[in-house]
Design a protein around this ligand. Structure first.
Ligand SMILES: [Zn+2]
Length: 98
């Protein structure tokens, strides 16, 4: 799966999770059944999102994990390639240091 698609799915997953939690809290105040239902849906979407991150939040070039700063990363911290283009980062510091 494409990294862009993964990011989109993770965004959707988190949005759904927050959304259902809010509905559960605000609309479920006088309705415990709805509240339970929404909170369950929230937990499921959170687990779903976590599963996507575990499985697909990886560098397409070296397979290294991108769990940290998943949304901010543009360059892989392991192989220093651009995550979308695969180009190596230009400039100093690319060689010799490990
Ligand atoms: Zn990499």
């Amino acid at each position: 799966m494409n990294l862009k698609t993964t990011r989109r799915l993770v965004t959707i997953g988190f949005t759904v999770c927050i959304f259902t939690s809010f509905i559960g809290i605000f609309f479920g105040a006088g309705n415990p059944e709805l509240s339970n239902y929404m909170l369950t849906a929230g937990v499921i979407s959170l687990l779903f999102t976590a599963a996507i991150i575990m499985k697909w939040a990886r560098c397409p070039w070296c397979g290294g994990s991108l769990l940290r700063k998943f949304f901010k990363l543009e360059v892989c911290p392991h192989c220093h390639r651009n995550l979308e283009t695969g180009k190596k980062k230009k400039g100093h510091g690319g060689r010799g240091r490990k």
